[in-house]
Design a protein. Structure first.
Length: 375
């Protein structure tokens, strides 16, 4: 069985997730994972680029995007020829992207079943462009299998009327995301407690709640705080920069840096006002870090079973209380014994194929049943 996984973005989590899923497919008996990425994707230019079976040329800006669409009469037949050579039995969209209309047309012409992984059902403020929301909904309506990473997102898709009577919907949890070997346990450095906010610096991420929570914390001199990620400047970032013990790094973080940034921390802070699920949380779970997260959206599901998770209400007072509790807990903290992940990308890939076979997508053979973890 050949499974093509594609994501044509250049940076961020989309290409990495495509790599994880395609490589996990290769670990399953009788399955060959095929990968399609932009040839300028960050994961392709790193020190250990993955094998890419269908590289595509990127575009620059709106003019480049429109030019690529204008070339559709040439590009779609080329994609059809490449698909004929690769012979995929199933295509998996790892994350929707602007040029997906081209490969969707080629997949229809080749009558290849389609599965789509939906990360967000609703646009977050400052995050997904409206055109991307419409494109994702188009892909969802055409998919033989719709995969969400949380029940929260699945419920939102149902509420939007995107799950038709014949559509197959599966909720498959987000596996931990490893960025190198596990670092030393929290607090092993012996200094101040280290809090890390990592990810896009967007309004819904609650940076204003974090700033106010740090003001309310009784012992701020015992905290070192890093804010690392990219986004528009804001009053919340300005307030955080002015606080003692807080550093703000508003910049794009290359993938090879992520492991060291996560390892620096004792706890990741997710003060979000809304969320579907979090890639930063998945990295924290893999690195066995504490996670202080608000009880919003899919974060509640994602944190279930993670013994170092500390959930609180989405307000500054609750966040401050969680910081105080973690400071007190530090004195008696004993790092849990290392153990293998209870849910891996290989498990994710097997579950996706099992659901695809159950949806009657083409002539897929159903692999061994894989049960999702309780968290």
């Amino acid at each position: 069985m050949n499974v093509l996984v594609w994501q044509w973005g250049r940076r961020g989590g989309g290409p990495r997730i495509a790599v994880e899923v395609a490589e996990a497919m290769n670990l399953l008996p009788g399955v060959r994972g095929l990968l399609s990425l932009s040839d300028r994707a960050e994961v392709m230019t790193g020190p250990s680029p993955p094998a890419c079976d269908l590289p595509v040329a990127p575009y620059g800006g709106m003019a480049g995007f429109l030019w690529r669409l204008a070339l559709a009469p040439v590009t779609i037949p080329w994609l059809v020829r490449r698909l004929r050579a690769l012979r995929p039995d199933l295509a998996v969209c790892a994350m929707a992207g602007p040029l997906d209309l081209l490969i969707l047309a080629a997949l229809r012409l080749r009558r290849i079943p389609l599965a789509v992984i939906v990360h967000d059902a609703d646009p977050h403020p400052g995050d997904i462009l409206p055109v991307m929301v419409r494109l994702q909904r188009l892909i969802v309506r055409q998919a033989d299998l719709i995969v969400t990473l949380s029940v929260h997102v699945a419920d939102r898709l149902r509420a939007q009327g995107l799950i038709g009577p014949g559509a197959k919907l599966a909720v498959i949890p987000h596996p931990p995301r490893h960025f190198g070997p596990p670092p030393p346990p929290p607090f092993a450095h012996g200094g101040n407690m280290r809090l890390l906010f990592f990810g896009r610096l967007l309004p819904y991420k609650g940076l204003d709640l974090l700033a106010e929570a740090l003001r309310l914390t009784a012992a701020p001199s015992r905290l070192d705080v890093r804010i690392v990620g990219s986004g528009p400047e804001s009053p919340a970032l300005a307030a955080l920069r002015d606080m003692p013990g807080v550093t703000v790094e508003n910049r794009w973080v290359a993938e090879h840096e992520i492991g060291a940034i996560i390892a620096w921390s004792d706890a990741l802070v997710l003060p979000y006002r809304e969320a579907s699920q979090s890639g930063a949380a998945a990295a924290a779970i893999a690195a066995r870090r504490f996670v202080v997260a608000t009880r919003v959206g899919g974060l509640i599901e994602q944190m279930q079973g993670h013994e170092l998770a500390r959930l609180c209400a989405p307000d500054a007072q609750s966040l401050a209380a969680a910081f105080q509790s973690l400071l007190a807990e530090r004195a008696t903290f004993v790092a849990p014994s290392p153990k293998p992940d209870d849910w891996s990308w290989q498990d994710f890939a097997a579950a996706l194929l099992a659901h695809a076979a159950g949806a009657g997508a083409g002539t897929l053979q159903q692999p061994a049943t894989v049960a999702a973890p309780t968290r």
